[in-house]
Structure formats: structure tokens, C-alpha cells
Design a protein around this ligand. Structure first.
Ligand code: CAA
Length: 257
């Protein structure tokens, strides 16, 4: 933890890593230094064999209030273009292990986009989502227009993007943006992560990869891809163990190999 200034990391359960955004004074605004730390922590956990699922959270009050407006306000086109501003945010989507967002309070702009970059979103009843960038003269730049449109459809995404209005956890659940509303969102997210961590890690990572392909390709190609990955799992010890354990009416012991 000592190496990070804007985030906290911990191991709340067997196989589970927790990353907590921790810039309370700026409502967890996603500054460049914060994102460098976040990407570093995520990459380290992705490479750590003792971690099989991640949880990302903020505080009760705020998940993240967006990109850091104070950092952005004086930037010019030439700055953001040359420096590929926000491009490194998507590194988070390239990790193999599943990452669960536990959202309380504000998830606005880049905060909403960050939650959408995760694999599963759980939100407390207090969560407030939105893409308010239109109110500061821009549009979402961290995937908001694309990921929201895929998750909740064009009409809603247009309305939200062009009016900048916030939406509630209940709306997010109705629209299928999040898995569910949870009173104890962090505890619940850790419990989901724990369950995932109790499975064979290779199958979990294969499952994540296959589901994500559904967002990138045609149904025909996606089904082919899924079958290829499914076939590939027959080369793992965990497939032998899982199916033998079922036949022998015992619990499997995964070796993640
Ligand atoms: N960037 C930088 N600082 C921010 C911030 C942000 N996104 N959001 C809040 N802060 C800072 C405030 O400036 C304030 O700092 P000071 O104490 O130094 O003045 C501190 O956090 C507390 O904020 P407020 O006083 O505004 O708190 P509030 O409870 O009255 O309001 C809020 C909360 C509704 C979330 C409000 O802070 C707000 O509207 N924030 C901005 C939300 C936003 O527009 N997000 C989109 C950013 S653009 C983006 O994300 C682009 C993209 O697509 C990647």
C-alpha cells in the first residue's frame, strides 16, 4: 500500500484483491496520477497467482466523480491528441481476471465509464450514475457513449449523453447496466468475487474472455470462438478434476492448471 497515494489495496478474502479509490477531497476524481496507480495495481494483481478476482470500489459518498476537471481545463487539442489522453484508461479492460465494481454514491462521467469497464457492476441504493460531460462542454471520452449504448440501447444513451441528467441505481438495474442493487454493496461484491475465486481460475478467465467477445463480433463468430475456448479447456487439469469430482460425488479440488 505504501507505494500508492491515491488508491488503497487489500486482500479482504481468499483469492480476492480489493482496490479502493482514495482521493476523498476531490471526490475520487480520476486524475492521471490516480489512473497510473490504478493500472499498476490492476496489472500486479493480474499477475499474482494468489488473486483470482478483483473488486474496485470508492467510498460511501462517491465511487468517482469523473475525470479530473481541474487537470483537464487548460489542456488544448494538441496536448490531448499528442499525449493520447485517456487512452491508457482502457488498459483496465485488458486484464484476464474478473473485476467487480462496487458502486456507492456518485459514479459520474469517467466514474460511470470506469464502472462500465469492469466485468460486473453492483450498486448501492444511493448510487447516482451519469454522463454529465455535456454540462462542461464536451462528451464522454472514456467509453461512455459506446459502452452505455451497448448496455442500455440508443435512445436512453442519447438522452443521458445529450441532457447530462443523472440516473439512479434502480434505473441502472432496470436497464441491465448493473447486475443488481445491493444494500451492502461492498460486502456483496467481495462475496461474489470470493465465489468466483473458489472456481478454477483458467475456466473463469476463459469465461470472461468468451463473454467479452459477444461485444466485439458477430453471433456466428462469437459462437465459434466460444466453442474453441470450450474445447481448449479439455486440455486443463481442472476439467479432468471437475468432471471426475462430479462423477465421484465429491467436491473438486482446483489446481488452476
Ligand atoms: N474533477 C475535479 N475535481 C472534482 C471533480 C472532478 N470531476 N468532482 C468534484 N471535484 C472536487 C470539487 O471541485 C470540490 O473541490 P474543492 O473542495 O477544492 O472545491 C470537491 O471535489 C467536492 O466537490 P463539490 O463541492 O462539488 O461536492 P458536491 O457534493 O457539492 O457535488 C458532485 C458533488 C455533484 C459530484 C459535483 O462535484 C460534480 O458535479 N462533479 C463533477 C461531475 C462531472 O462533471 N464529471 C464528469 C467529468 S468529465 C469526464 O469524466 C470526462 C470523461 O468522459 C472521461
Amino acid at each position: 500500500n505504501a507505494q500508492y497515494e491515491h488508491i488503497l489495496t487489500s486482500r479482504p478474502a481468499e483469492g480476492v484483491a480489493l482496490i479502493t479509490l482514495n482521493r476523498p477531497k476531490a471526490l475520487n476524481a480520476l486524475s492521471t496520477p490516480l489512473f497510473i496507480e490504478l493500472n499498476d495495481a490492476v496489472a500486479n494483481f493480474d499477475h499474482d497467482d494468489d488473486v483470482r478476482a478483483l473488486v474496485l470500489t470508492g467510498s460511501e459518498r462517491v465511487f468517482a466523480a469523473g475525470a479530473d476537471i481541474k487537470e483537464m481545463k487548460d489542456k488544448r487539442y494538441s496536448d490531448v491528441f499528442k499525449n493520447k489522453f485517456l487512452e491508457s484508461w482502457s488498459l483496465l479492460t485488458q486484464i484476464r481476471k474478473p473485476i467487480i465494481a462496487a458502486v456507492s454514491g456518485y459514479a459520474l462521467g469517467g466514474g460511470c465509464e470506469l464502472a462500465m469497464m469492469c466485468d460486473i457492476i453492483l450498486a448501492s441504493p444511493s448510487a447516482v450514475f451519469g454522463q454529465p460531460e455535456i454540462n462542461i462542454g464536451v462528451i464522454p471520452g472514456g467509453g461512455g457513449t459506446q459502452r452505455l449504448a451497448r448496455a442500455i440501447g440508443k435512445s436512453r444513451t442519447m438522452e443521458l449523453t445529450l441532457t447530462g441528467r443523472n440516473f439512479t441505481a434502480a434505473e441502472a438495474a432496470d436497464w441491465g447496466l448493473i447486475s443488481r442493487v445491493s444494500e451492502n454493496v461492498l460486502e456483496d461484491a467481495i462475496s461474489v468475487a470470493s465465489t468466483i475465486a473458489s472456481k478454477g481460475a483458467i475456466a473463469v478467465q476463459a469465461g470472461k474472455e468468451a463473454v467479452n467477445v459477444a461485444y466485439e463480433t458477430t453471433l456466428h463468430e462469437g459462437l465459434r470462438y466460444e466453442r474453441r475456448i470450450f474445447h481448449g479447456l479439455f486440455a486443463t487439469n481442472d476439467q479432468k478434476e471437475g468432471m471426475s469430482a462430479f462423477a465421484e460425488k465429491r467436491k473438486p479440488t482446483w489446481t488452476h492448471s
